[in-house]
Design a protein around this ligand. Structure first.
Ligand SMILES: CC(C)(COP(=O)(O)OP(=O)(O)OC[C@H]1O[C@@H](n2cnc3c(N)ncnc32)[C@H](O)[C@@H]1OP(=O)(O)O)[C@@H](O)C(=O)NCCC(=O)NCCS
Length: 158
C-alpha cells in the first residue's frame, strides 16, 4: 500500500490486534458514539472488511496516527470508519488513507465509494468534497445518540 505525504514519513499497512489500544484512544477523541473494542475485533476478523492503519515514527516509536475500515459491498466500497489522531490532523493523513482506499478499490475493479457523514461534521464533509464526493441523499435519524440525520456521499473513481 502506498501513500505520499510531504510532511510526515507515513507507513500504511493492515491493522492488527496490538494496534487496538491506540485505535480506541483515537476513536474516543474522534466520535460522539465511539466504536467498542468488539466492533473493531469483528471487523478485523471479517474477510469482507479492510482494516488499514497509518503509522509514523514519533518519540522513537511507531505510533498509530490514523485508520480506516471499509467493506466491499458488491461493486461499491462502503466506508465505515476513518479517523486521524487529533494532534496529527491537517497533515493530509486522511488524504493518504483515501489514496490507499482508492488504490485497493481500483485493483479489484471497483470505481464507486459511498459513506455516511453527520451534517455537523464540516471537517469530514470538506475532506470528502475535496476528493470528489458529492451528497446524494439523506438518512433520517441515522445517529441515535444525537438524533442526527446522515448525509450519504458518493464518489466515482476515474
Ligand atoms: C475528518 C478527519 C478524518 C480529517 O483528517 P485530516 O488528516 O486532518 O485531513 P487532511 O489533513 O487529509 O485534510 C485534507 C483536506 O480536507 C479538508 N479538511 C480537513 N479537515 C478540515 C477542517 N477541520 N476544516 C476544514 N477543512 C478540512 C481540507 O481541505 C484539507 O486540506 P488542507 O489542509 O490542505 O486545506 C479528521 O478531522 C478526524 O479524524 N475527525 C474525527 C473523525 C471523523 O469525523 N471522521 C470522519 C467520519 S465520516
Amino acid at each position: 500500500m502506498s501513500a505520499e505525504n510531504d510532511v510526515l514519513e507515513v507507513t500504511i499497512d493492515r491493522m492488527n490486534m496490538e494496534d487496538l489500544p491506540q485505535i480506541l484512544e483515537i476513536e474516543k477523541e474522534s466520535f460522539p458514539a465511539p466504536w467498542s473494542p468488539g466492533m473493531f475485533i469483528n471487523e478485523m476478523n471479517n474477510p469482507a472488511a479492510q482494516c488499514i492503519c497509518a503509522r509514523v515514527n514519533f518519540d522513537k516509536k511507531s505510533v498509530v496516527v490514523a485508520y480506516t475500515i471499509f467493506r466491499f459491498v458488491v461493486d461499491v466500497v462502503h466506508l465505515h470508519n476513518l479517523a486521524v489522531k487529533n494532534q496529527f490532523r491537517r497533515q493530509h493523513l486522511a488524504f493518504n488513507l483515501l489514496d490507499v482506499i482508492e488504490e485497493i478499490a481500483k485493483k479489484v475493479g471497483i470505481n464507486a465509494i459511498t459513506l455516511e457523514v453527520r451534517p455537523s461534521n464540516t471537517a469530514a464533509i470538506e475532506l470528502y468534497r475535496q476528493r470528489g464526493f458529492v451528497v446524494k441523499g439523506r438518512r433520517p435519524n441515522y445517529y441515535p445518540e444525537t438524533k442526527e440525520d446522515a448525509l450519504i456521499m458518493w464518489a466515482y473513481l476515474k
